[in-house]
Design a protein around this ligand. Structure first.
Ligand code: 1GP
Length: 256
C-alpha cells in the first residue's frame, strides 16, 4: 500500500523532531518568483509546501500547483482558504475545521460541499483542527472566518479545543496566529496543547526568525509554517538556518 502524505509527515517528524513547511499564496507569489524559493527549500532540506490564500482572484489554482509540482519532489499540500481551493494536482489537502469559532459553516457546512469533490478527484484529506489564536491586530483569517480567536493567555481553552479535536478523530492541530501576525502563538500555549493532546501541533503566523521557530519547537510544535517572511527574496538565504532550527533532532546543539 502507498504511504499517505500524513504518514510521510509523521515519519519526517519522528526522524527530525519537527518539520518546516513553507506557505505559498498564489495571489502573492508568482510561479516565476516561487521557482527560486523552491530551489532554496530543496537545498535547505525544508519539508514541503502549503498552498492557499484567503482570496483567490486569478483562478489559476490548478495550473499553479501543477507547475509547482514540476519544480519539486517535496509534498505539496493545499491549505484552503475556501471550497474553491481544491485541486487534483496537489498531494493532499488539510481538511480544516475552524474549531476555535462557532460558525457552523466553518465547522461542517463547507466540508459537506468539499467532501464529494475531494472524493471524486482522489486527493488525500488530512483532518485538521484549526484554531485562531489572538495575536494583536485583527488578522485576515479572523476577519474572513467571522470568528473570534482564542485569548492568547488562556492555554487551558486551547487545550480543551485540542482534546475535543482529538476525540473527534482529527489528525492534526493547527495553532494559527494569522499571516503576518504581530505576536506569534505563545510558547506556554503550545506547551500545554502538546502536553495534553497527542496530535502533532502545527504552529504558524508571524514567525520571522530561526530563534523564534526553535522556541516553538522546544515548546512542542511539530510543524512550523512560514509564509510572509519568504515573500522577500532577500530572506531566502535564511532557509537553511530556519530548517536547522526546526530540525531539532538533527541539530540539538546549534545556536540559533
Ligand atoms: C498563516 O501560519 C501561516 O496561515 C503563516 O503565517 O505568513 O505570518 O508566516 P506568516
Amino acid at each position: 500500500m502507498q504511504t499517505t502524505i500524513y504518514q510521510k509527515l509523521l515519519n519526517s517528524i519522528e526522524k527530525k523532531g519537527a518539520i518546516l513547511l513553507i506557505l505559498l499564496d498564489p495571489e502573492k507569489n508568482s510561479i516565476e518568483d516561487v521557482s527560486q524559493l523552491v530551489k532554496a527549500c530543496e537545498i535547505a532540506d525544508a519539508d514541503g509546501f502549503l498552498i492557499g490564500g484567503s482570496l483567490l482572484m486569478s483562478g489559476q489554482f490548478d495550473s499553479y500547483i501543477s507547475e509547482l509540482k514540476n519544480l519539486t519532489k517535496l509534498p505539496v499540500i493545499i491549505f484552503p482558504g475556501g471550497v474553491e481551493q481544491i485541486s487534483p494536482t496537489a498531494d493532499a489537502i488539510l481538511f480544516l475545521s475552524i474549531i476555535s469559532g462557532r460558525n457552523p459553516e466553518n465547522l461542517i457546512g463547507k466540508h459537506v460541499i468539499a467532501a464529494p469533490l475531494i472524493k471524486r478527484i482522489g486527493i488525500e484529506p488530512i483532518s485538521t483542527g484549526y484554531m485562531l489564536i489572538e495575536s494583536g491586530k485583527i488578522t485576515t483569517a479572523e476577519f474572513m472566518s467571522g470568528s473570534k480567536p482564542i485569548p492568547r493567555h488562556k492555554p487551558e481553552i486551547a487545550v480543551a479545543h485540542a482534546l475535543a479535536a482529538e476525540y473527534l478523530g482529527m489528525k492534526l492541530i493547527y495553532l494559527e496566529a494569522g499571516s503576518g501576525a504581530e505576536h506569534t502563538v505563545p510558547e506556554e500555549m503550545i506547551f500545554a496543547v502538546s502536553k495534553f493532546c497527542s496530535l502533532p501541533v502545527i504552529v504558524g503566523g508571524g514567525i520571522r526568525d530561526p530563534k523564534t521557530a526553535r522556541k516553538k519547537v522546544e515548546a512542542g510544535a511539530k510543524i512550523i509554517v512560514i509564509g510572509n517572511h519568504f515573500d522577500d527574496k532577500n530572506n531566502h538565504e535564511q532557509l537553511k538556518q530556519f530548517a536547522d532550527a526546526v530540525h531539532i533532532n538533527l541539530n540539538q546543539s546549534i545556536e540559533v
